[in-house]
Design a protein around this ligand. Structure first.
Ligand code: TUI
Length: 317
């Protein structure tokens, strides 16, 4: 039994599984390994300048001949330059976050690039569909990093009902049970980040991986809610400090200063106390390092098991 959806045909991939385009974390090595395994790997452009991202794109091309994509972070000062570079490089898929790609869509379409936009509300989903995106990634508040306010279970079917383009579910998905649940909600696939941080091919500092491997069900906390920009991270010294300062009613500027450079500190330096350990609620389910091929194979296998289990409940008795 194969788990194929319209997303597979749209993106030219084998399984409807996208690896999240996490800034600092999602490098060419990780993206290429996910694509080689039949999913869609993404390079996270984050705040990097175009030439740095171009190098990553070229490295991924050396590592795989399969399609992969780049996530463009719209709050980056380089977002427009990165998009122009991606058109030059003919990258087949772009996902967008933290902004509206509307004005770039005609140019991207002309270049034959598929555009998937990450959203965390129904209104934004409708706006971006009108702007012409090819698909939407509905990101629930279970996921790591910057989050919206709605959980995946209520968010996905509401967005599915509000738009015609395919919807990819993200947030709180770890294995095939999550994939089948997402398909049941009307999604055409899933995007997963946290599990892939612990892939063998992921180049983050080993301390970051260990922090995820050690995580339990209540290990993540949401900081920044008071500023209107909530961020889910593993609880550590920085997170406690953040929450304390917020409780005192700190200014947005003070909180921004506390957060500046913190993701790099965790990912590159392995500072698990003073760095920002962005991770989703499924961190607790990640219990070992594996290759991307093992992860994708296990997601597909557990999805098939979940499907037959669900189907057996529907048998006539
Ligand atoms: O972007 C995310 N999640 C993130 S970003 C991040 S941290 C980072 N650090 C350094 C460099 C780059 C990133 C950690 N986690 N998710 C995607 C997402 N985008 N969720 C919601 C949105 C969104 C929000 C507003 C999309 C569009 C939007 O548009 C606003 C408007 O009105 O146009």
């Amino acid at each position: 039994m194969a788990i194929r959806t319209v997303l597979c045909d749209m993106l030219g991939i084998e399984y409807p599984i996208i690896q999240g385009g996490m800034a600092w974390v999602a490098t060419a090595e990780l993206a290429a390994a996910v694509s080689e395994a039949g999913g869609l790997g993404l390079i996270g452009a984050g705040n990097a300048p175009p030439e740095v991202v171009r190098e990553q794109v070229r490295k991924a091309r050396e590592l795989t001949s399969k399609p992969f994509g780049v996530n463009v972070y719209f709050l980056s000062p380089f977002a427009e330059q990165v998009l122009n570079m991606l058109v030059e490089e003919r990258v087949p898929v772009i996902t967008t976050g933290a902004g509206n790609p509307g004005k770039y869509i005609p140019k991207l379409k002309e270049a034959g690039i598929k555009v998937l936009s990450v959203v965390s509300s129904v209104n934004l989903a409708k706006r971006l569909e009108r702007a012409g995106v090819d698909a939407l990634v509905a990101e629930g508040m279970e996921c790591g990093g910057h989050i919206g306010e709605i959980a995946t279970f209520p968010l996905v079917p509401q967005i599915v009902d509000a738009v015609k383009v395919p919807v990819v579910a993200a947030g709180g998905i770890f294995d095939g049970r999550g994939l089948v649940a997402a398909l049941a909600l009307g999604a055409a696939g899933v995007q997963m980040g946290t599990r892939f941080v612990c892939a063998n091919e992921c180049t983050v500092h080993p301390n970051y991986k260990k922090a995820i491997l050690d995580a339990r069900d209540r290990s993540t906390v949401v900081t920044g809610a008071s500023t209107g920009h909530p961020v889910r991270v593993l609880n550590n010294k920085l997170a406690r400090r953040f929450l304390e300062v917020e409780k005192r009613g700190a200014s947005v500027a003070e909180l921004e200063a506390l957060g500046a450079g913190a993701l790099r500190r965790a990912v590159v330096e392995g500072d698990v106390e003073n760095g920002s350990l962005m991770a989703g609620q499924v961190a607790a389910m990640v219990t070992r390092e594996e290759s991307c091929a093992e992860m994708i194979a296990s997601i597909v296998k557990t999805a098939e098991e979940a499907l037959s289990r669900v189907a057996s409940f529907a048998l006539p008795s």
